[in-house]
Write a protein of this length. Structure first.
Length: 191
């Protein structure tokens, strides 16, 4: 279901966040994200001079190289456009992500390791979509690894959203051993 029709309006700002996941030849994965902000009008910037309509205000990139356990092996940040020349200095702090693991609560750990005053708000904002993109990218490989184990543990994805609640019809069909619905064990209950 789409959004309802909006009221008459004028577009002023456009932000895009583009995330991509890649399997590398060396067995690792690259997870990349790019954030771009543009305005529909020209304005004056102290460091950049005249910024014309459609020219990026921000264009920041983040690449995390991870292993199958979602350990961050390398972290790189780029900035093609920023509002201030000094913004470039915020890229280096993203190296502190190296050695961390993308897992539940990892953004709290990031906050402890990287202070907001040392970082770039926009690079920091990319960490959430990068983490979910990492999971989507590695999903098949993680499922393959789990299927080879003699005793499968409860998939971490269960209870992470409405459709994957432990008592949902999706979990009942996909992971019946971990289904917790009231009809658990009921024969012929058909979903």
């Amino acid at each position: 279901m789409s959004l309802p029709e909006p009221a008459a309006r004028e577009k002023l700002h456009h932000r895009t966040i583009d995330c991509r996941g890649f399997r590398r030849e060396d067995g690792l994965w690259d997870i990349e994200a790019e954030l771009t902000d543009t305005k529909t009008y020209a304005y004056r910037n102290r460091d950049r001079g005249e910024v014309v309509a459609g020219e990026p205000v921000h264009r920041m990139q983040l690449r995390l190289t991870i292993d199958l356990d979602m350990n961050i092996i390398e972290a790189h940040a780029g900035m093609d456009y920023s509002p201030f020349n000094m913004c470039q200095g915020a890229r280096a702090v993203m190296k502190r992500l190296e050695g961390m693991q993308i897992k539940a609560g990892w953004l709290r750990e990031v906050s402890a390791r990287i202070g907001r005053r040392e970082s770039c708000t926009h690079l920091y904002e990319l960490l959430r979509p990068v983490s979910t993109t990492a999971y989507q990218t590695l999903h098949r490989a993680l499922e393959e690894r789990a299927s080879r184990r003699p005793q499968r543990g409860r998939p971490k994805i269960i209870d992470q959203c409405y459709s994957l609640a432990s008592d949902s019809p999706v979990v009942k069909l996909e992971w019946p051993d971990f289904y917790t619905g009231k009809d658990k064990g009921a024969e012929g209950s058909g979903v």
